[in-house]
Design a protein around this ligand. Sequence first.
Ligand code: HPA
Length: 273
Amino acid sequence: MDLQAINEASKYIQAQIAEPPTIGLVLGSGLGLLADEIEEKKIIPYEQIPHFAKTTVSGHSGQLVIGKLSGKQVIAMKGRFHFYEGYSLKQVTFPIRVMKQLGIHSLLITNAAGGINEQFKPGDLMVITDHINLLGSNPLIGPHHELFGDRFPDMTKVYDPDYIQLVKTCAKELNIPIHEGVYVANSGPSYETPAEIKMLRYLGGDAVGMSTVPEAIVAKQEQIKILGISCISNMAAGILDQPLSHEEVIATTEKVKAQFLRLIREVISKLPA
Ligand code: HPA
């Protein structure tokens, strides 16, 4: 994605907001509700923003919501672009480059994910400690601009260790149980087979989903501090004797959203301004 497109999109947004955001939020399936709690908000539908793609999945809506949350100036993506919708990983991660240009230093990425770890149960939360990219592609493939960061970015600590600790501390204070673990990104849109889930468990995965990793790779290259939280919306294929469905994913995130939102608000209140 070229620099001019990023500049045009960020200028368009800048012109409509009073204060630059410092914290970005990517809100996954069923978790968009948090955007509604942003105060003094400016809502910008994706289709109005130059060079933004449009979302297509039900349960996702596409808009940027910019304003105050827990005393911080935030920019939230209510709905994200997925690789399985047919977008390139450049399109999927374009908003991250734009948010960086607007001034964010931290990015909180959320998602709904299937639980691979058999200790997990639907409705649990997991702070992401690391990821495995099985998308078969990488958002950094293609021409490189030095302004983006390194050509070969280090990925040893994608998810900021201080932020992982912060989430655990906040969760403890709020009495919300939280796991930590490795998130695996699969392209989807078909869910995994039981054999694939068994393989992913051997490979060290704790949860599996169809997002987050492209955004995290680009944010890491841009030297944004990253925090990732998964809502375990279902047990991954083959663990329980039942089929998986998008309806189950949405229903579970609906059930736990109150506690999820409480945790996120607390975490944001403790992030640097
Ligand atoms: N697999 C992949 N993606 C998902 C799942 C799953 O089980 N649940 C929610 N997103």
